[in-house]
Design a protein around this ligand. Structure first.
Ligand SMILES: Cc1cc2nc3c(=O)[nH]c(=O)nc-3n(C[C@H](O)[C@H](O)[C@H](O)COP(=O)(O)OP(=O)(O)OC[C@H]3O[C@@H](n4cnc5c(N)ncnc54)[C@H](O)[C@@H]3O)c2cc1C
Length: 329
């Protein structure tokens, strides 16, 4: 009989085949729960039972201590479900299953002006599209006219939201800007690997212009999952002028729900009395981020900005493995 394993806080559900351990079921379902020995001696695969019952295959395993029983903690490698079960995974690194890329018909349900020439577009897809915050979609805007836009909302339903700017003379962005609610098009998603690594540690998010869309999605993920990175989290959002900080309020709202996080808007043209940083985001990184080599960076926006940030971080000895970015061109 097939049972279901649900994993919190991610809300992912997978089937458990007969005789499979919790660890086997998770990994067969594409969920890379952490583990090392696979036998019961290291404790790397400990998870907390939220709901449901398990058969402990090795109750006296070396890695189990009396506190585990009091806290409902089990070894995923040495436990089998005897009912549907919900577990809470530990805070360690975890890779969610990579969602399959699909094509769906979509209808534009809402358009909201956020700033001069910047709008939020909400689409309802015919069926849900699974994606990870930070990923993007390809919108089919016409014959051979396809453009990439990053989702700014959280996955889990049929809604896909994008923050897009209209560029003078740009074929794709003008076609998108001319759409009215009710318009139909095809959306292909998800794409991209610039997604949140959930392990604790110092993090810096850098958004330039509409690069705020994937950064907002990742911060919404951190806020919704109540992630505590146990270290400072800085969010820099650069634009030309304060009125161009299209998603500033949404970003600030997500940032307010993340422990140790601060929001740092940066504008190139600062009006008198502007209380925040002015100049380019690269200047703001230099002046506000101490010891960048100890931080993990998430960067999104126009190629010129992404390249400038990459070369700044290279000269500051930030290892390439600590840099995740999406260049919008
Ligand atoms: C990963 C990624 C995520 C992005 N996310 C966002 C976002 O969230 N919000 C946002 O506003 N913008 C985003 N962009 C930029 C967006 O895709 C468009 O480049 C932008 O809207 C300008 O498009 P345009 O057609 O108006 O301009 P154009 O100048 O006409 O074209 C823009 C880009 O499309 C390329 N291009 C032109 N013709 C073709 C073609 N036939 N096939 C393939 N490429 C072509 C050009 O090389 C140019 O780089 C993203 C881009 C990428 C790559």
């Amino acid at each position: 009989m097939t049972r279901q394993l649900r994993i919190e806080p991610d809300g992912v559900a997978v089937d458990i085949a007969d005789h499979a351990t919790i660890l086997q079921a998770a990994r067969r379902g594409g969920v890379a729960l952490p583990y090392e020995c696979g036998w019961g001696s290291c404790g790397a695969c400990k998870v907390t039972i939220v709901d449901g019952q398990v058969d402990l295959m090795f109750p006296g395993a070396p890695a189990v201590n009396p506190r585990d029983a009091r806290r409902n903690r089990i070894l995923a490698c040495q436990s089998r479900a005897i009912s549907d079960i919900t577990i809470a995974r530990g805070p360690g690194e975890w890779s969610a299953p990579v969602p399959r890329c699909v094509e769906r018909e979509a209808i534009l349900s809402d358009v909201e002006d956020l700033a001069p020439e910047i709008r939020q577009f909400s689409f309802e897809t015919s069926e849900p599209i699974a994606f990870r915050p930070g990923q993007y979609a390809i919108l089919h805007l016409g014959d051979s006219l396809r453009r990439c836009y990053s989702m700014c909302n959280l996955p889990g339903g049929r809604l896909l939201q994008f923050i897009a700017k209209r560029y003078d003379g740009g074929r794709g962005s003008n076609t998108l800007a001319a759409l009215a609610p009710g318009a139909r098009l095809t959306i292909e998603a998800p794409f991209g690997a610039c997604t949140l690594r959930r392990q604790p540690g110092r993090k810096v998010f850098v958004a330039g212009g509409t690069g705020v869309a994937p950064i907002l999605a990742m911060l919404r993920e951190a806020a919704a999952a109540r992630l505590d990175f146990e270290a400072p989290v800085d969010i820099l959002y650069g634009a030309r002028a304060p009125t161009d900080l299209a998603a500033g309020d949404m970003l600030a709202a997500a940032v307010a729900r993340i422990p140790h996080a601060r929001y740092l808007p940066v504008v190139e043209i600062a009006p008198p009395g502007w209380p925040h940083a002015s100049g380019f985001v690269t200047d703001a990184i230099t002046s506000t981020i101490a010891a960048p080599a100890a931080a993990e960076f998430y960067v999104a926006g126009p190629p010129v900005m992404v390249n400038a940030v990459k070369s700044l971080l290279r000269s500051a000895d930030v290892p390439i493995t600590q840099l995740h970015y999406d260049s919008f061109g």
